[in-house]
Write a protein that binds this ligand. Structure first.
Ligand SMILES: Cc1cc2nc3c(=O)[nH]c(=O)nc-3n(C[C@H](O)[C@H](O)[C@H](O)COP(=O)(O)OP(=O)(O)OC[C@H]3O[C@@H](n4cnc5c(N)ncnc54)[C@H](O)[C@@H]3O)c2cc1C
Length: 440
């Protein structure tokens, strides 16, 4: 929808990425009305993520079980995650099947972020709710009544709301307005290149047929080497009408790069990296996969940061509530950001529902409890993010590869570690995020 905005609403979700959409799904399931806005002209957020973990699927299932079935059928169920060295020796294989006793989703779902978002959007729109595109928030202030915020849009429109959901990504306008610090939780430094400031190229490519046997079609494979990681993950095409995009040879590539890559890396750029440190580059028994088509490509620079709180309460009782990348940001190792954002969004919808109920209670005890509900959301989700950031930080060190005894011993240790079913299971559990699920 790109028509005029209403002038007021109780809840406004700013940002229709996966976190905002998850919050919208949670509200829609409770029949709580909201307005959702996004600066984009139409829904196609940059497709960064490809891995959806069991925690996100379980969280969505709590509000819309049918949507999870749709997502699962639109992706590839990857039972394991393989890490090899430049000579294609197996360093370790993480088996997600170890989770079978705890979840129906004992796999990592390989689904491009834009596909997942499309399914979530269609679900919301199918339920009669709308998303307003081309609505960039450019200003916020406390409304004259003191119990609402007023958002100003680039279009010149204005909208008042009591709850503002800041799902507006890592450069969040609303977080900045609220004065919430967004810093590296370990170095405590803001906006400075940290030790995990990494450059990545993300590209959806079609490889030439026949696909070399050293590029698995049933799950992601990471090759670690001195120049940075090379990850191949099979994906399904959304566009079955385009015969040149054959599902069998369609892959998402994540390439760690030491320098600043071009804006939209082309086939020769990607091929040069694969030739230097991709499958077949060092162990010459198999050919290097050849890129015949680049469907989409982009570059990213990531840095670790965490909001020092997820909730900002105005004097009059209006709220700014952070979800997703607006609250936490880290590298792509382990495919965690979108998952955490989806779980944030679904938990926030629950918190808003409980808060509205409490706030409607005129008694003082009710008002006090209402504040506690939001504080609990902030404390719980921030603690989850801190644990995930820690795990991603350790995984990033492995994916960076590196040379020398330190890197060698680390990989040997991991090889021994992942050999044991028990420890393999513990790590699969951590990666899945299931341990962070909210107890009913
Ligand atoms: C290279 C890379 C690979 C990744 N791989 C994975 C993975 O495999 N698995 C995983 O779980 N995560 C992964 N992630 C992380 C994942 O992509 C993000 O965590 C996820 O996109 C966050 O979703 P979000 O909705 O919080 O924010 P975003 O996706 O950034 O969405 C924010 C939305 O807000 C809108 N917006 C911003 N400002 C305004 C404004 N002022 N007014 C109105 N609208 C506004 C934007 O247009 C956008 O649509 C990866 C990230 C990178 C960089």
């Amino acid at each position: 929808m790109s028509g005029p905005l209403p002038s007021s609403t109780e809840i406004c979700i700013v940002g229709a990425g996966p976190s905002g959409l998850a919050c919208a799904l949670g509200l829609a399931a409770r029949k709580i009305p909201f307005v959702m806005v996004d600066a984009l002209e139409a829904g196609h957020n940059s497709s960064r993520a490809v891995a959806m973990q069991a925690s996100a699927l379980e969280a969505i299932k709590t509000v819309h079980p049918q949507l999870v079935d749709q997502l699962v059928s639109a992706g590839i169920q990857s039972k394991s995650f393989t890490v090899i060295d430049l000579y294609e020796r197996l360093l370790f294989r993480l088996r997600m099947t170890e989770l079978a006793a705890y979840t129906k989703y004992a796999f990592t779902l390989l689904i491009p972020q834009h596909t997942a978002e499309r399914h979530m959007r269609e679900y919301i729109l199918g339920g009669g709710d709308s998303i307003y595109w081309n609505k960039r928030v450019v200003g916020v202030k406390e409304a004259a009544d003191g119990v609402q915020y007023e958002l100003q849009f680039e279009s010149g429109e204005a909208l008042t709301a009591r709850y503002l959901v800041a799902a507006d990504g890592s450069k969040s306008f609303l977080r900045t307005f609220a004065g919430i610090l967004f810093i590296d939780p370990y170095t405590k430094k803001a906006a400075e290149p940290g030790k995990n400031d990494l450059s990545f190229v993300v590209a959806d490519v079609v490889f030439a047929s026949p696909l070399p046997a050293n590029v698995p079609r049933d799950g992601p494979q990471v090759m670690v080497g001195a120049g940075g990681m090379v990850l191949t993950a099979p994906i399904l095409s959304e566009d079955s009408a385009d015969a040149s995009v054959q599902n069998d040879n369609l892959f998402r590539l994540y390439l760690g790069v030491p320098d600043t890559p071009p804006h939209a890396p082309d086939a020769p750029y990607l091929q040069a990296i694969l030739n230097a440190r991709g499958p077949g580059s060092h162990l010459k028994t198999q050919p290097v996969p050849q890129v015949v088509k680049v469907v989409e490509s982009s570059r990213y620079r990531t840095r670790m940061a965490l909001a020092d709180r997820y909730v900002h309460r105005a004097e009059g009782g209006a709220y700014i509530l952070l979800v997703g990348d607006a609250a936490h940001k880290h590298g792509p190792a382990g495919g965690q950001g979108m998952n955490m954002g989806i779980c944030d969004g679904i938990e926030l919808a629950q918190a808003i529902a409980e808060h509205r109920k409490c706030a409607a209670d005129a008694e003082k005890a009710g008002a006090h409890k209402a504040v506690q509900i939001m504080d609990a959301y902030s404390t719980r989700r921030r603690a989850v993010a801190l644990q995930v950031l820690n795990m991603v930080d350790r995984m990033t060190e492995v994916e960076k590869g590196g040379q020398g005894w330190g890197a060698y011993l680390r990989l040997k240790f991991l090889w021994a570690f992942f050999k044991m079913p028990f420890t393999n299971g513990i790590f699969a559990w951590q990666l899945s995020g299931l341990g962070h699920a909210k107890k009913p």
